[in-house]
Design a protein around this ligand. Structure first.
Ligand code: 5AD
Ligand code: SF4
Length: 470
């Protein structure tokens, strides 16, 4: 693993910064994906701000517009192409620099489409070349020639990139990159490459630094967090153990020791890798939130096999049972895909059955979206859009009914709430979250931001709870 200082990016950042000084240049960044993508955008923002651009939400004012794209589902593509149509006129009017990066740029057919239909872009860069953004920008500024900087092979993990975080209470820390699971519907392994874990020491140092800066909640990120360091062990790739960290469970235990940190969350684990040591670590570590995200995807064993998920309906339910037994007050959230190729109405019923049985705290629901290059895209028995939507609505109805019922159970209870800041919709109120990640709206004061306080829940609404400080 290389440090940013070992590359020439720092010098290039300084060169551009000197050139930009006093010019009052602005940039906008549009993040279109998951939390890993958000974390990448924070790193891009860190580099760009060091080059003396200040952030603006107003695309018209920006001198540099960066798109950080996602390709997990089709609607992300529609959003990008729509936005590119909008920014074309700014480019024509004032020469705005247009840079497009992220997962979607790792797909050859997308880059081809950009060249054909949106040839006015200045830079495209992929997931493995993000840290080289300053160099790409520098070359563009020198030569004014379109730049394509995409690597097909897994890039190195570069440590110590400057970072401009979006929040002052919660911080995301990427612990591993890539995915080796190849679920048959998923494009991620093709665009993010193979699993590579960051060094334990680098992660702990980053979190210690965050704790010093006043951050209270840490979100550990990875496409498959609970296989942290697994590949390294399996392939005998040497890694330096640090504070006894040699697995995801030991990492959780070490982060739990960092003093000022109050809460630890992580996404996404894979049910097949949910080993006993991870369950025990969640149980034992007081700061690890007892809301665990456990992606189900489908409740039917045949569909799960076609999805290459490596567990059955029964194994998933048994895992949930075991976790609930071991971890007091455990709540679960999940991801579900409806309308996977070949899914019959009866097989979809199994998904509803698991949802009824587990009573998830939160369900992220997705309509199956065909992704070029994945095995599921080549399956013949694709489900008609109308039928997929019908199933989605059925699932949504069930989930909303369950959530409304759970919300009622919160009323009258006292919850530990981490106060995150002022409400965006009401100046006089603040928002925070329970351990189970429910949004709570309450009267508070600035000095409580970043603190965990006991709050009595007084009423419930579909997407938030109202509370009063005890
Ligand atoms: N279609 C629909 N949903 C998908 N996801 C991943 N790939 C697809 C796809 N092709 C969902 C999965 C995953 C979440 C991040 O996105 O549920 O857990
Ligand atoms: Fe995609 Fe499956 Fe990897 Fe998650 S575990 S990123 S769904 S291939």
């Amino acid at each position: 693993m290389k440090k940013i200082e070992e590359t020439n990016q720092e010098q290039i950042i300084q060169k551009i910064a000197k050139c930009n000084e006093g010019k009052n240049l602005q940039y906008s960044i549009l993040t279109m994906g998951c939390q890993l993508n958000e974390n990448d955008s924070e790193k891009l923002s860190g580099m760009i701000e060091k080059m003396h651009y200040t952030k603006t939400e107003d695309l018209k004012k920006a001198n540099l517009i960066v798109f950080n794209t996602c390709c997990v589902r089709e609607n992300a593509e529609d959003r990008l192409f729509g936005k590119l149509g909008e920014v074309k006129k700014y480019k024509q009017e004032k020469g705005t620099i247009i840079a497009i990066g992220g997962c979607m740029m790792q797909e050859k057919h997308i880059v081809e489409k950009l060249k054909e239909s949106y040839p006015f872009f200045d830079i495209v860069f992929g997931t493995h070349t993000l840290h080289k953004f300053p160099e790409d920008l520098y070359k563009l500024l020198q030569n004014r020639k379109q730049i394509e900087d995409i690597l097909d092979i897994d890039g190195e993990v570069i440590e110590g990139l400057p970072i401009k975080r979006n929040d002052s209470v919660k911080a995301s820390v990427t612990i591993m990159n890539g995915c080796n699971n190849f679920c048959s519907y998923c494009i991620v392994p093709y665009v993010r490459g193979r699993e590579r874990s960051r060094k334990p020491k680098d992660i702990i140092e980053e979190i210690r630094q965050l704790a010093k800066q006043g951050y209270k909640e840490i979100m550990l990120l990875g496409q498959n967090v609970n296989s942290y360091l697994r590949v390294e062990k399996e392939k005998n790739i040497p890694f330096e153990e640090y504070q006894g960290i040699h697995s995801f469970a030991t990492l959780l235990r070490a982060v739990n020791q960092i003093e000022q940190i109050q809460r630890i969350r992580f996404i996404s684990p894979h049910p097949k890798d949910f080993t006993d040591d991870v369950i025990e670590a969640i149980r034992d570590c007081d700061k690890v939130c007892k809301l665990v995200h456990l992606p189900l995807q489908s409740g039917n064993s045949k569909v799960l096999k076609q999805m290459n998920r490596k567990y059955t309906k029964e194994q998933f339910l048994a895992l949930v049972e075991k976790m609930k037994k071991e971890i007091p007050n455990l709540t679960l959230s999940t991801d579900i895909i409806v309308g996977f190729p070949g899914e019959t109405p009866e097989e979809f019923e199994d998904t509803l059955d698991v949802v009824r049985k587990v009573n998830f705290e939160q369900v992220y629901m997705f309509i199956y979206s065909r992704r070029v290059g994945t095995p599921a895209d080549k399956m013949e028995n694709q489900i008609p859009e109308e039928e997929k939507h019908k199933r989605f609505d059925m699932l949504k109805q069930l989930v909303e009914m369950q959530i409304a019922k759970q919300n009622k159970e919160y009323v009258g209870t006292t919850q530990k709430v981490l106060i995150e800041g002022k409400s965006k919709t009401n100046e006089d109120l603040y928002t925070g979250r329970t351990d189970s990640n429910k949004v709570v709206v309450l009267e508070a004061e600035d000095s409580l931001i970043g603190q965990v306080v006991p709050v009595k829940i007084v009423s419930e609404h579909m997407w938030y709870l109202k509370g009063e400080r005890k």
